[in-house]
Design a protein. Structure first.
Length: 168
């Protein structure tokens, strides 16, 4: 895939926090260094906005994590974990992330989605076709949807240099 990255390019980063967190924990038993990932992927371009979509747990013990993201310039959008009558739990931001990306499209040249979730394929295609946006995707490759990798303009496999993107 051949893409253009230049310093005048306006970029927005959308982070499916749960997806990256669980992938890193399952593959490496480590936490994600979101600051390093965003810095590396933005690559000197104009960062318009970086948003992490996060779920608050029943215990609410993730406050320090949210504060750490804010300190490094990543905005957080929170949603409460849904607990259903049978005990099942659900927490995802797929639609919220997609709406924000589409809404922001007129103000940016490139979108970076940090997730390997194949549910984002319609978003990728919409941004490319209807907005002319360059769509880049990054995640730990082993967990990424193959169809998502094929749909985006550029895919970065964070596993290729995992130590750079994980907490020590």
């Amino acid at each position: 895939m051949s893409i253009i990255k230049h310093k005048e390019q306006r970029v927005a980063v959308f982070i499916d926090t749960q997806n990256l967190y669980h992938t890193a924990r399952n593959l490496y038993k480590k936490k994600v260094n979101f600051g390093n990932i965003v810095k590396e992927l933005v690559a000197g371009r104009k960062l318009v906005r970086a948003i992490a979509y996060v779920i608050t747990s029943e215990a609410g013990d993730e406050k320090s994590f949210f504060e750490a993201l804010t300190k490094i310039g990543i905005e957080t959008k929170t949603k409460d974990l849904q607990v259903f009558a049978g005990g099942a739990k659900k927490g995802d931001w797929d639609v919220g992330l997609a709406v924000d990306a589409i809404t922001m499209a007129p103000k940016i040249d490139a979108v970076i989605i940090l997730s390997g979730d194949g549910d984002y394929i319609p978003l990728v295609e919409y941004l490319q076709i209807h907005s002319g946006i360059q769509v880049e995707v990054a995640t730990f490759g082993k967990s990424a949807s193959q169809k998502l990798k094929e749909a985006c303009d550029d895919f970065t496999d964070l596993s290729e240099n995992a130590s750079k993107y994980l907490m020590r």
